[in-house]
Ligand binder design. Structure first.
Ligand code: FAD
Ligand code: 2HG
Ligand code: ZN
Length: 481
């Protein structure tokens, strides 16, 4: 009996009931549960048991039981989320539901350009399944080797292809969802058009497991990428970066699929901390962009389009220097530099993260104003503003300066966050562009959301989860639900 040492105040008969619903080997406790109880950034450490259902039906039955016994349920995908959404609280009364065993690709339909994957399918596996069918699934994140489709849907993940293909929400055709009371909503349609009343499924996208547990999804595919051109270009400043993007979109017939901003400090941190990363250009520059054009036509002259556009930009002063990837190896090296910025930041010391968005054209002014405020008010931090500039989404992060006191630096996180997020509001931007709310930003949502919006969110929560068992305390505060 694994429950003899189970943490927290779950009654023995409730625990026995859980085991009966799930069957042997599906419930973890003690050291086996440990890896599921801390979030990726190690901001939260919870307590609780872990259930690993193998089918959607099993999961639905588990929810019916938890609803009846008012057991809080915390869905967990790859546990790579940035806001503590997949971590249980410290009470020991919550049950983590890992989707890892629901990982099948149920169907790939090349003619319909669609794929049906279970929620626990690793993102990279879904990408591979599409590729094997001569198709392309465009969601692409640094965590794609471990994050899951269900987590991507529930956070409405973004990543490096949003400017061409949209966020996860835009890639969904249908969903299958286990509801709080144990009913299974089966809406796994592959239709491109369907205007039959309210779009109920869209509410689960970005809901972070607070309205239902997604068990499978029907996703859009695109023509396979057969040709790409990738450059790492130094630009004088973010203003030039935004102008270059506008020109490149026009000059390439809108074939830009990625456009990422990289500051000098990111080059310094990645080359210092990540083996194999090197500076793509000879001389140092303050700002860079990693840009990529892609096409499904093998013979598209993307290299010449990119070279020509960058050449003109060089003459016009929008670009200072550029390296074009001459091989797949060089392309991978540029991307490795970009994708390992979060890891290099972590290895360099404490960091404060702000996942913000403003209109693309406002990015330069936003960086100028945020930078000026931080230089004056947070001199023990070094600004590293990078990311998806083509979507107006910056990771406006602050790393502890060399020699700075870690505790003193972290102790100032609240006033710094307030100043940055106030500035974001002044720009009509968002304080959570792609990482969600989870537990980390519940207070920020209360602070910045319109009262009418919050009231509607709470009302929706009550309809879907009247007993408040689904991911309690995430997105919305528990006592306000
Ligand atoms: P988890 O962390 O397990 O869960 C996230 C939330 O979804 C939780 O609230 C959880 O309860 C809920 N959930 C999980 N599965 C389900 C389900 N089946 N049904 C209902 N709710 C569920 N994010 C971006 O958007 N863009 C990026 O570029 C990006 N890059 C990253 C790079 C690195 C190196 C890392 C570590 C993370 C990055 N992330 C990025 C953040 C993270 O990978 C994404 O948020 C991802 O979508 C989370 O997926 P997951 O499976 O790990 O979800
Ligand atoms: C990225 O774009 C991720 O690399 C992580 O969204 C951002 O660590 C961060 O702040
Ligand atoms: Zn990002």
């Amino acid at each position: 009996m694994i429950f003899a040492s189970a943490p927290g105040p779950l009654e023995p008969q409730t625990l026995a009931g859980l085991e009966q619903v799930l069957g042997p080997g599906r419930l973890l406790a003690g050291p086996e549960a440990e890896p599921f109880l801390t979030d990726h950034r190690q901001l939260y450490h919870g307590r609780g048991l872990v259930a690993r259902p193998h089918t959607a039906g099993e999961l639905a039955r588990l929810l019916a039981f938890c609803n009846e016994h008012r057991i809080g349920v915390v869905p967990q995908g790859g546990n790579t989320g940035y806001c503590g959404g997949a971590t249980p609280d410290e009470s020991g009364t919550q049950l983590v539901v890992s989707l890892a065993r629901l990982s099948r690709i149920r169907q790939v339909d090349p003619l319909n350009y669609s794929l049906v994957a279970e929620a626990g399918c690793i993102l990279a596996d879904a990408q591979r399944a599409a590729e094997e069918a001569e198709r392309f699934f465009p969601l692409s994140l640094g965590s794609q080797g471990s994050c899951q489709i269900g987590g991507n849907l529930s956070t409405n993940a973004g990543g490096v292809h949003v400017l061409r293909y949209g966020m996860m929400r835009d890639l969904v055709l249908g969903l299958e969802v286990a509801l709080a009371d144990g009913r299974l909503l089966s809406s796994l349609t592959s239709l491109r058009k369907d205007n039959t009343g309210y779009d109920v499924k869209s509410l689960f996208l970005g809901a972070e497991g607070t309205l239902g547990i997604i068990t499978a999804a029907s996703l859009k595919l695109f023509p396979k990428i057969r040709c790409s051109a990738t450059a790492f270009a130094a630009v004088p400043d973010p203003r030039a970066a935004v102008q270059l993007l506008a020109r490149l979109r026009e000059a390439s017939g809108d074939r830009v699929s990625s456009f990422e901003l990289v500051p000098r400090l990111a080059i310094e941190l990645t080359t210092r901390h990540i083996p194999g990363v090197r500076d793509p250009l000879e001389a140092p520059h303050s700002w860079y962009v990693l840009c990529e054009l892609t096409s499904s036509r093998a013979a598209d002259p993307l290299d010449s389009m990119l070279t020509e556009c960058l050449g003109e930009a060089l003459q016009g002063g929008l670009v200072r220097d550029a390296a074009l990837a001459a091989s797949e190896r060089e392309r991978a090296a540029f991307w490795k530099l970009r994708e390992t910025i979060p890891e290099a930041q972590r290895l360099d010391g404490a960091s404060l993260k702000h996942d913000i968005s403003v209109p693309v054209a406002a990015i330069p002014e936003f960086i100028e104003r945020a930078g000026a405020w931080l230089r004056e008010n947070a001199p023990d931090g070094r600004l590293i503003a990078y990311g998806h500039v083509g979507d107006g989404n910056l990771h406006l992060n602050l790393n502890q300066a060399p020699g700075a006191d870690r505790a003193a630096f972290l102790a100032r996180s609240e006033p710094i966050k307030r100043a940055i997020h106030d500035l974001v509001r002044d720009f009509d931007g968002s304080f959570s562009a792609e990482h969600g709310i989870g537990r980390l930003k519940v207070g920020e949502l209360e602070h910045y959301a319109q009262p009418v919006e919050l009231a509607l969110m709470r009302a929706i929560k009550r309809v879907f989860d009247p007993r408040g068992i689904l991911n309690p305390g995430k997105v919305l505060r528990r006592d306000a639900q």
